[in-house]
Ligand binder design. Structure first.
Ligand SMILES: NC(=O)c1ccc[n+]([C@@H]2O[C@H](COP(=O)([O-])OP(=O)(O)OC[C@H]3O[C@@H](n4cnc5c(N)ncnc54)[C@H](O)[C@@H]3O)[C@@H](O)[C@H]2O)c1
Length: 260
């Protein structure tokens, strides 16, 4: 119960890494404010987290790239719990396509969901943490923050640009607020078994089998992709007091991908 009584916000908690993180933080004793697009999905996760661990859960359904959703997350946390100890900026979407076939709408959408969301929610929550003089923010960056990548011969440049932005947002907030007791770190996952990857590969097919994970695995020195729970474990560590002297870090959780 490393996070006993802590109040944690998780955006994008409806699926994949966000969902696994919500359940992991609950397992470690935290109470939760969960965001995603769909209320029904949030209710299901709230039930799961609440019943297994007697966690108190509040939910805010809405597009986290919109200012009103960020404001509503902050208002819900303060009205329901009176404080915020942990913010996990997780919500994100993928994009595969060369620059020559990427529209301005694609560009604006990726920047909005992957980067503007983290700006807006951090901006809404940092004043609360400043008043407390404590808090931990964990952002979802990626191995894509560091390297060029292609999928099926097409570039993932736009996604990679947003994840490089997450890295710098993390670094700059970390140094600015270090003396105020707020730690800001990011995790940089390699391939993880989630809908984000499946959605990029599916491209109109309604089903693909598990062999896809076997195909992606070998690009990682450990020879496999991650389970969402393995990323959640790293996030829980960075969010906890076990990481009390760690800020501004970009922690690869990538089976050795960036070590190559
Ligand atoms: N899966 C990977 O291989 C991988 C690798 C590195 C980083 N990441 C990052 O991890 C994070 C989570 O991704 P995932 O793999 O769990 O994907 P996922 O698709 O399983 O989950 C993402 C969640 O974010 C939600 N979401 C999307 N847009 C939103 C919006 N505008 N407002 C609120 N919620 C929104 C989705 O509904 C979904 O529930 C993302 O930031 C992603 O870039 C994933």
């Amino acid at each position: 119960m490393r996070l006993d009584g802590k109040i944690a916000i998780v955006t994008g908690a409806g699926s994949g890494i966000g969902r696994a993180t919500a359940l992991r933080l609950a397992q470690e004793g935290a109470n939760l404010v969960l965001n995603d697009l769909n209320q029904k999905t949030l209710d299901e996760i709230a039930r799961q987290a609440g019943s297994a661990h007697r966690t108190k859960v509040a939910t805010v359904a809405g597009d986290v790239s919109r200012e009103e959703t960020a404001a509503s997350i902050a208002a819900t946390a303060t009205s329901q719990f009176g404080r915020v100890d942990i913010l996990v900026n997780d919500a994100g979407i993928h994009h595969v396509g060369d620059i020559t076939e990427t529209s301005l709408e694609d560009w604006n959408r990726l920047i909005a969901v992957n980067l503007t969301s983290m700006f807006l929610v951090s901006r809404a929550i940092i004043p609360i943490m400043l008043k407390q003089r404590s808090g931990a923010i964990v952002n979802l960056a990626s191995i894509s923050s560091f390297v060029g990548q292609e999928m099926d011969g097409k570039s993932t440049f736009l996604y990679n640009v947003t994840k490089a932005g997450v890295l710098q947002l993390t670094t700059s907030l970390a140094t600015r607020y270090a003396a105020d007791g707020i730690r800001v770190n990011c995790v940089c996952p390699g391939g993880v078994k989630t809908n984000l990857i499946l959605g990029s590969i599916l491209k109109g097919q309604d089903h693909i089998d598990d062999s896809i994970w076997k195909a992606i695995g070998p690009s990682h020195p450990m020879g496999r992709v991650a389970e969402p729970s393995e990323i959640a474990a790293a996030i829980a560590f960075l969010a906890s007091d076990d990481a009390s002297f760690i800020t501004g870090a970009a922690l690869p959780v990538d089976g050795g991908y960036l070590a190559r």
